[in-house]
Design a binder for this molecule. Structure first.
Ligand code: ATP
Length: 512
């Protein structure tokens, strides 16, 4: 097909099919992406978006169908082929070498890049030209490990452009960004478009689709179920196309009056892996029936706060108490779990699961010695599998196969598996980091409803999220974290996105 101007589409997917065992991840997928546009791809968790992009980027080979680039059939058998054909990918989970500088990361992988004398100087000149052309501000000499998430993402984009990308794939790029960083990213995407690049944007956030794309393709269960110009649709229409039904508003459970703190922290100090103190003396009390939200630009100590509260990072100072009694300082994480702590970590790949384990094994990760899961040294495999199947049904995990390796589930379904594990036990305290990152609208609705139900049942909940919408929707109290300290506290009834944004930026006077 050609567009009105007579140009072949930048990418044409023509009847792409891909199977994994019995699962048909892509089932005759056909649509075009016009050159020089921003094209959105949406769909429920497991709809097949990432699989399609993995085929385009050469990670997977399709079982059938054809991809054409600029009208010409393309054989993309590896990511090296994809890069050569001008396709760049910005991953959900960045793939940069952390101890290296930005420049070194760029030069890496380019023939002789690091080895050749003068290679880095050449890279610098080229990178500076790209930065200037697309408004991508990053310090080329900074070490990647020292950069906040938003800058790392710009490095990924820079890297793709440096390798000559004309078509850029972004998979859930704003999941890890603050609202401000997301706005900056959109500016960059618009700039890329105005310079003639083609952008494929996978996101669950319909607001983003409406704000930045020209056209959007909707996938469901491996097929294309909609392909519309963004100007001719709206969020509600897209949500309904995605899930194939109208989304119902869920009833709000009755609130309980928060009681005495269950988990408290006093003067808490936590260092990161490099020994830098990231939590610098905070007091916090989590009470039954209350959701406390932590708002902040990512990288201000939220991750270390969660790790400290979960007993996963040693405390550099301060203390934890549970119902008024000191929490054991040896094997704290296990002690806290036994007391009734649930923890949905921010980084599910790193802390939440073992990809090589089957779903049923992950469903008891950290709880494998509980009665009901094991007798002596023996896992009660049949019972655990039955429990996992039930939870998969309750939390709508797809595909509903407790024996599938966890890594084979789509990102959103992995998150649902972890939520099920940590929520289904009815924890007394639940620490939740970015619970809906990468999760589709239907599942967000469910996870939010579950958090509200746990709260109503008396769980004390700490919610760390970079989604201000999410914090405003769920939290009773909101603490703003800047540089390892709480710099403000708002009742959610008084909080606005603007007030929070100002506090997050460290502007205290105006927000008050
Ligand atoms: N390597 C694999 N092995 C087995 N099944 C897989 C594999 N990769 C993906 N699948 C399955 O293919 C289907 C499509 O998954 P995919 O990751 O493409 O969905 P998605 O739309 O990107 O979802 P999400 O929004 O949750 O990331 C899912 O049912 C998934 O479990």
């Amino acid at each position: 097909m050609v567009d009105e101007a007579g140009a072949a589409p930048a990418v044409a997917f023509d009847r792409i099919t891909k199977r994994f065992g019995a699962v048909v991840a892509n089932n005759g997928v056909s649509f075009d992406i016009a050159a020089g546009t921003i094209h959105g791809i949406i769909g429920e968790n497991g709809a097949g978006k990432s699989t399609l992009m993995s085929i385009l980027y050469g990670y997977y080979q399709a079982d059938g169908g054809e991809i054409r680039l600029g009208g010409a059939p393309a054989r993309i058998q590896s990511s090296a082929d994809a890069i050569r054909l001008g396709i760049g990918m910005v991953h959900q989970h960045f793939v940069l070498v952390e101890p290296f500088t930005v420049l070194e990361n760029l030069a890496l992988g380019r023939e002789g890049g690091l080895v050749l004398k003068g290679g880095l100087d050449q890279a610098r000149a080229a990178a500076q030209a790209i930065e200037a052309a697309y408004g991508l501000a990053v310090d080329l000499d900074a070490r990647v490990e020292d950069l906040p998430v938003g800058s790392r993402q710009r490095v990924e984009i820079l890297k793709a452009l440096y390798r000559g990308a004309e078509i850029l794939i972004l998979d859930e790029p704003t999941g890890v960004l603050t609202p401000d960083e997301a706005l900056q990213l959109f500016q960059i995407l618009r700039r890329l478009k105005s310079e003639g690049k083609t952008v494929l944007l996978i996101t669950h956030k319909l607001k983003e689709i409406m704000a930045v794309t020209d056209r959007v393709t909707v996938m469901r269960a491996g097929r294309v179920v909609g392909d519309v110009a963004t100007a001719e649709t709206n969020e509600a229409d897209l949500a309904e196309r995605m899930v194939g039904r109208k989304l119902a508003a869920l009833p709000e459970p009755l609130a309980v009056v928060p009681g005495e703190p269950v988990l408290s922290a006093e003067g808490l100090r936590v260092r990161d892996a490099a020994g830098v103190e990231r939590v610098r003396g905070v007091d916090l009390a989590l009470r039954p029936g209350e959701i406390v939200g932590i708002a902040g630009v990512s990288g201000n100590g939220q991750s270390e706060l969660m790790a400290g509260l979960a007993g996963l990072a040693p405390l550099a100072g301060g203390r934890l108490t549970w119902a008024g009694a000191p929490v054991p300082t040896a094997d704290t994480a296990t002690a806290l779990r036994r007391l009734g702590l649930g923890h949905i970590p921010e980084d599910r790949h790193k802390d939440g699961m073992v990809g090589a384990f089957e779903a049923w094994e992950n469903s008891i990760l950290g709880y494998h010695r509980d009665p009901g899961h094991a007798r002596g040294p023996w896992l009660l495999e049949r019972a655990v599998k039955a429990m996992t199947r039930q939870r998969m049904a309750d939390y709508d995990v797809r595909p509903r196969d407790e024996r599938l390796r966890t890594a084979a589930f789509s990102g959103g379904n992995q998150q649902k598996l972890i939520c099920a594990r940590e929520m289904a036990r009815g924890p007394k305290v639940l620490l939740v980091g970015q619970p809906t990152r990468g999760v589709d609208v239907g599942a967000i609705e469910q996870i939010h409803a579950r958090l509200r139900a746990l709260k109503a049942a008396g769980t004390a909940i700490l919610l760390v999220s970079v989604e201000l919408d999410e914090i405003l929707a769920l939290a009773d109290r909101i603490l703003v974290m800047v540089d390892g300290r709480f710099t403000g506290e708002l009742r959610s009834t008084d909080a606005t996105e603007r007030a929070l944004g100002l506090l997050m930026a460290g502007v205290q006077g105006e927000a008050a």
